[in-house]
Write a protein that binds this ligand. Structure first.
Ligand code: HXC
Length: 286
């Protein structure tokens, strides 16, 4: 498969017809692409995010696939609001087959000066938000023998400068993914994660590439290019489909090989650039 192939040229456009999917962070970026891929193979999709207007616009675009699309606003940090959003989707669609815990937050910050609230905010969105999503979906997935998919990151297992908060949150997600696979397997629920590499056009990469530019990142990727959101989405569909019916507890790395060589050199370059820009900002303060 080349990155440019359309999913429906490769798998049946009815692969997941009638299935119901709930995607957090589904209003933009990788998670929007995941929602789009599910809808393109026949699934009804609920997208969840903090900003109703953004969700409504994304939902309208997704409706071109002809499946049922629901905008379900909620902040993943708010367990009650998320419960309500998940229940709404399950009621609308008559059940739930897959939840994707994709909502995340990220910024560079040195470990010694990030505020406790900054650290907590990322852990709250990424880790607690993922837990809230899985927990909200449990009763529905038990009925459907469905699956959970976590969107993780290489920071979970590769140390990366100025990303201590993100690494802690994503490592927690990986552990949660494995524990849920263990605990909920007896209910027929599968639990897996995807680790995206640098994906072009996403808010996450805009933030991560900003200090050093994209070339330094590309140079660190064995396949020599950024990935496309559709390449993550294709794996999300596969892992949530009967094609993966015996896969649970798996971390699937879709990063062009970025993690193979470790991130030491890239991480050092970024640390220097972030430190230089912070020093410059400090110096220009009146
Ligand atoms: C240091 C920062 C900071 C920064 C925020 N904080 N930005 N600290 N450097 N650049 C601190 C604030 O000072 C505050 O602490 C605390 O974090 C909460 O900030 P708020 O702005 O009030 O939080 P909130 O409005 O909830 O916004 C959450 C956010 C924001 C994570 C900070 O950036 C956001 O909403 N991001 C969503 C979009 C996003 O990040 N997308 C990328 C995801 S990609 P104090 O102490 O001052 O109160 C991704 C992939 C990772 O995660 C891996 C890719 C390979």
């Amino acid at each position: 498969m080349t990155g440019a192939s359309r999913l429906t040229d490769l798998v049946s456009p009815t692969l997941l017809t009638g299935r119901a999917v709930f995607v957090t962070g589904g209003g933009s970026g990788i998670n929007y692409a995941i929602a789009d891929a599910f809808a393109s193979v026949g699934a009804n999709v609920a997208i969840c995010g903090r900003t109703p207007e953004k969700l409504d616009a994304a939902a309208e675009t997704l409706r071109r696939h002809g499946t049922r699309i629901l905008a379900a606003p909620a902040d993943v940090r708010d367990a009650e609001a998320l419960d309500a959003a998940v229940d709404l989707a399950a009621t609308e669609f008559g059940g739930l087959d897959t939840v994707v815990a994709g909502a995340a937050g990220n910024f560079y910050a040195p470990a010694e000066s990030i505020s406790p609230n900054g650290f907590r905010t990322v852990v709250d969105i990424d880790l607690l938000g993922s837990f809230h999503t899985a927990r909200a979906a449990f009763d529905h997935l038990k009925v459907s023998h469905g699956s959970i998919l976590f969107v993780s990151a290489g920071q979970a297992y590769l140390s990366f400068s100025h990303q201590a908060h993100v690494g802690a949150a994503k490592a927690g997600i990986e552990n949660l993914m494995a524990n849920l696979a263990l605990e909920w397997g007896r209910h027929g629920i599968r639990s897996n994660s995807i680790v995206p590499g640098p994906i072009e056009g996403t808010e996450g990469m805009k933030r991560l590439a900003e200090p050093v530019g994209t070339d330094a990142w590309t140079a660190a990727v064995p396949l020599g290019r950024f990935g496309r959101a559709e390449e993550i989405a294709a794996m999300a569909v596969v892992l949530s489909s009967p094609l993966a019916s015996y896969i649970t507890g798996a971390r699937v790395v879709v990063d062009g090989g970025l993690g193979l060589s470790g991130l030491g050199a890239l991480s050092r370059t970024i640390a220097e650039a972030v430190t230089a820009s912070r020093t410059e900002k400090e110096a220009s303060k009146p």
